[in-house]
Design a protein around this ligand. Structure first.
Ligand SMILES: [Zn+2]
Length: 274
């Protein structure tokens, strides 16, 4: 008895298990392996470069033998690009040849710009020329500053970049957190374990964050300060934002939560080295 048609090879399905999957097990595996091969080819090109036209025809051949529809090739190619770019960019600003390889690979993706811009890897990639210029000491002559804040720059200092709507957090010290924890538990009788872990950082303010050649500025409604790059002892980035610790006797981490975390983190990385 025929139970349907395979999504990949379009031939009849005879087994219930295949029917549930909508495809022959073998066809599904062939498809999966093909997608994986395309991603691997792209990653390899991103790292080592090669002949773009050759890669293009290789991808075409893989697609044809792996039941990848013509209209879906662009989607898988972009997945391969994203995976390559994310890996390369996670290590900071990549070398110039790698950047060129990634730019060449972008030509293979046929997705519209609107779709590309939704990708985090793509938007990070667009920041590379700017970061490279800053790294080489070439600063922008005018800075887009939508915050309306006039940063009080010292002479010879240059503004490089301004982020708006940055949430500023401070780490509550553990002693305080304990007592807060107890009060909540006694007063409301609620289980406060979740609160104890979630509130290690407390939102203090929201404002504009400016990067200059010498300082990081934060200007909010209640907090205004600047931190010289030379005073930054530690900094890192996570899914929330950028945390940093200043030199000092009892320094508590400060955290800045913003959209373009990768870009801001690499700016700090470059500027603290200058
Ligand atoms: Zn099949």
């Amino acid at each position: 008895m025929i139970l349907g048609k395979c999504n990949y090879c379009r031939r009849p399905i005879y087994y219930v298990l295949d029917r549930l999957e909508g495809a022959h097990g073998k066809c599904k595996r062939t498809h999966k392996t093909g997608v994986k091969k395309i991603v691997e080819k792209m990653r390899n090109f991103a790292e080592f470069g090669g002949d773009l036209q050759k890669l293009k025809s290789e991808i075409k051949a893989i697609a044809r033998s792996s039941y990848i529809k013509d209209k879906d090739v662009g989607k898988h190619v972009f997945k391969g690009w994203e995976s390559s770019a994310s890996t390369m960019l996670s290590q900071g600003v990549p070398s110039k040849p790698v950047e060129k390889n990634l730019r060449d690979l972008l030509d293979l993706t046929t997705l519209p710009k609107k779709k590309l811009r939704k990708s985090e890897a793509y938007s990070n990639f667009q920041h590379l020329p700017f970061l490279r210029n800053v790294g080489a000491g070439r600063y922008p002559s005018s800075v887009a500053n939508a915050s309306g804040v006039n940063f009080n720059l010292v002479h010879s200092e240059k503004l490089i970049c301004v982020f708006t709507r940055v949430a500023y957090y401070e780490q509550i010290d553990s002693q305080l957190l304990e007592s807060h924890d107890k009060i909540v538990r006694r007063g409301l009788g609620t289980d406060s374990y979740r609160l104890k872990y979630n509130e290690t950082f407390k939102e203090i303010d929201m404002g504009a964050m400016g990067f200059s050649t010498e300082h990081i500025y934060f200007v909010g409604r209640i907090r205004r300060f600047r931190i010289p790059y030379t005073r930054i002892a530690l900094f890192n980035r996570d899914s929330f934002g950028i945390s940093l610790v200043q030199d000092g006797q009892y320094p508590l981490p400060q955290q800045f939560r913003l959209e373009d975390t990768w870009f801001a983190y690499n700016l700090i990385l470059i500027l603290t080295r200058q």
